[in-house]
Design a protein around this ligand. Structure first.
Ligand SMILES: [Mg+2]
Length: 388
């Protein structure tokens, strides 16, 4: 089998709620759909998400496509190795592009073998994957009402963005706890907003709300600080922005900087490298949670196949998918009450693009950056802040 074409389509699906976090506000879910065609008529489907879609588009089309055309798609590790080495000096951004190719290669291989991606990644450890309900920075009553809706629908885990104001965060968490009680798992994410001393003070203040973990309280570069916080506070510390690759995961683990790794298929460079991180963490007794870049249906189901095949996803993973009212697929993923059953009776990832929807969302071209606040253009995000 030979690869005959790499096709890319930029799409952008609106979110039904603005997603305000410590460093900006997200309004849409932009992605690049990646299709790898072969001379045997099998097409692999993948998805790229990441910080800059136009750059990823250029990398895929101009830099990576020549390595793929004419190659045997089943020589997966060799192809990844060639892309890794070609991009060795710009590996951070390259991994987001490689991720879309890697997902498409898994889909293609599973279709060629007539089985699901989950079966190739390790087999079905669980046939339904659990996700959390996402709560962004908003008025306490608005957060609490949304939290109640999530729990009424069946969610067991909620994640709350924090980081701009400690007392306001405390009011929001109190109002959410008042609305949903104490049996629901509640995790918070400061997205690197705090300095070390602010993080210590904030975590001590907010720990009364029974936190499952605190995600990336301080900047990603401060691994010593994460390790110090992990030893000092009585709430588990999770590393997200600091965990971007197999090498960074290894460093976080070896320095005992966290109890939970938040990994992303996109940042890691695909399902292959994300699975490597999952196994590494498992061997070290570190839990893993899949993070989210607001993947569409293709990226979301790819992550779900990995979770379904791995024993180390002991906690609910992250998704923006419940904030999407539509998708580029023929049918939306059946995410309900925080639970997503895998389409294990279908080959590959088990999803199909809807050409009309792809065409529709391909037209939504307006620029949208998650690191910017359209409600307050003067807002300048900064990490590691000393808050009053
Ligand atoms: Mg995070």
């Amino acid at each position: 089998m030979r690869i005959t074409a790499l096709r890319t389509t930029d799409v952008r699906v609106p979110l039904n709620t603005p997603a305000k976090w410590s460093g900006g506000t997200r309004l849409t879910a932009p992605a690049i759909l990646v299709e790898i065609d072969t001379d045997e008529g099998i097409t692999g489907l993948g998805e790229c998400v990441g910080p800059t879609i136009p750059t990823l588009h250029a990398i895929l089309e101009r830099e990576f496509a020549p390595f793929l055309i004419g190659a045997d798609p089943l020589r997966h590790e060799l192809l990844l190795h060639r892309l890794d080495e070609f991009a060795v000096n710009w590996a951070g951004i390259a991994r987001y592009a490689i991720a879309g190719i890697d997902i498409a290669l898994w889909d293609l291989k599973a279709k060629a073998l007539g089985t699901s991606v989950c079966n190739l990644l390790g087999g079905v450890y669980r046939d339904t994957v659990e996700f959390m309900g996402y709560l962004f920075i908003d008025r306490p009553e608005t957060n609490a009402a949304q939290a109640r809706r999530y729990v009424d629908e069946g969610y067991h885990t909620l994640k709350v963005k924090v980081g701009r104001d400690i007392e306001e965060d405390a009011r929001r968490l109190q109002t959410i706890r008042d609305a949903v009680g104490w049996d629901v798992a509640l995790r918070i994410d400061a997205n690197m907003a705090w300095s070390r001393s602010t993080a210590l003070r904030a975590i001590q203040r907010l720990s009364e709300f029974k936190l499952q973990y605190v995600e990336q309280p301080i900047p990603d570069t401060d691994i010593d600080g994460l390790a110090w916080l992990s030893r000092t506070v009585n709430v588990p510390i999770a590393a997200d922005e600091a965990c971007t690759s197999l090498q960074s995961a290894l460093e976080l683990i070896s320095r005992r900087a966290c109890e939970v790794l938040i990994l992303m298929v996109s940042e890691a460079g695909g399902l292959t490298r994300a699975r490597d991180i999952v196994h590494l963490a498992d061997a070290a007794g570190i839990h893993v949670v899949l993070g989210t870049w607001a993947e569409l249906g293709v990226g979301t189901i790819a992550g779900a196949h990995l979770i379904a095949a791995s024993r180390n996803f002991t906690l609910a993973s992250d998704t923006h998918y419940s904030m999407q009212d539509d998708d580029v697929l023929t049918e939306m993923l059946p995410l309900k009450g925080g639970r997503l059953p895998l389409p294990l009776d279908r080959p590959g990832l088990g999803v199909e693009l809807d050409p009309a929807r792809v065409e529709h969302y391909h037209r939504l071209e307006a620029r949208d950056s998650v690191f910017y606040d359209p409600d307050n253009p003067a807002f300048i995000p900064r990490t590691g802040v000393i808050l009053p």
